[in-house]
Design a protein around this ligand. Sequence first.
Ligand SMILES: Nc1ncnc2c1ncn2[C@@H]1O[C@H](COP(=O)(O)OP(=O)(O)OP(=O)(O)O)[C@@H](O)[C@H]1O
Length: 246
Amino acid sequence: MAPREPDHVTIAADKLCFDASGRRILSDITLHSSARRIGVVGRNGSGKSTLARLVAGLLRPSGGSLRVAGHDMFRDRKAALRTVGVMFQNPEHQIIFPTVREEMAFGLRQMGQGKADAAATVLQVLDRFGKSHWIDAVVDQLSHGQKHLLCMMSVLAMRPRLLILDEPFAGLDIPTRLQLRRHLALADVAVLHVTHDPDDLQGYDEVFWLDQGRLRAVGPADTMLSEFAADMRRQGAADDLSRLAG
Ligand SMILES: Nc1ncnc2c1ncn2[C@@H]1O[C@H](COP(=O)(O)OP(=O)(O)OP(=O)(O)O)[C@@H](O)[C@H]1O
C-alpha cells in the first residue's frame, strides 16, 4: 500500500441541531475545523456520541447543516463510506464475521474491492500491525482488547480519511490502551475522538467541548483540556447532587 500524505478533513457545522424523542439533544452547533486530531469532551449526556454519529452520517440533522470534506454525510452514503470510518466502544457491536480474514475483508468488498485485492489488502494490514498470524484466527477466541484491535485494523484497512472514535478504549486495561493508542498515533488518518480520558488526547490538535447539547468551547487541545479538567474538578467538588448529569 503506497504511503499517503497526511490528510486534513474539514468538518463544518452551521447551526447544527439534533432532536430525538421530542427533545433537543444538540443545539446550534457552529464550528469549522480542519485539525488533524480532534478530541470531543463533555460530561455524560452532553451530546458527544450524537455529534460523532452525525459526523459519521449515521443520524440525520434536525436543523442546520453539517459537511465533512465538503459532503453531506447523511445524504451521500457513498461519500460517507469513502470518507469516514467509525469505531465504537463495544467491538461486539461492530464485528459480524466469525474469522479475522472474513471480518477484515468485508468492508473492503463493500467498497468495491475484488476478492483477490481484498484478500491481499487484509494480509498487508495484518503485516503492518505485526499480526499476520491472526489471519485464520476465530474472532470468538480473541480477547476484548484484541477485538478492539481487529476493529481498528478492519476500519483502517478501508483507508478512511477521518476515523471517528467513540470511547473505543473504555474498559480496557492500561497496557491494551497504550498499545491501541500507539497504533492509532502511527495511523495516517485524521481523527475525531470522543473520550472521557484526557490522556487519550495527548498530542491532539484541537478539542470540542460540549456542555448540555451546546458547544461550550473549541480550541487548542492543551488549553481546552486543562480548562475542561479544572471545570470537572470544580463541578465534582460541589455538593449539589441534583446537578449530576443524566
Ligand atoms: N435517540 C435518542 N432518543 C432519546 N434521547 C436520546 C437519544 N440519543 C441520545 N439521547 C439523549 O441525548 C443526550 C446526549 O446523549 P449522547 O449519547 O450524545 O451523550 P454523550 O455525551 O455521548 O454521553 P456519555 O458520555 O454518557 O456517553 C442524553 O441525555 C441521551 O439520553
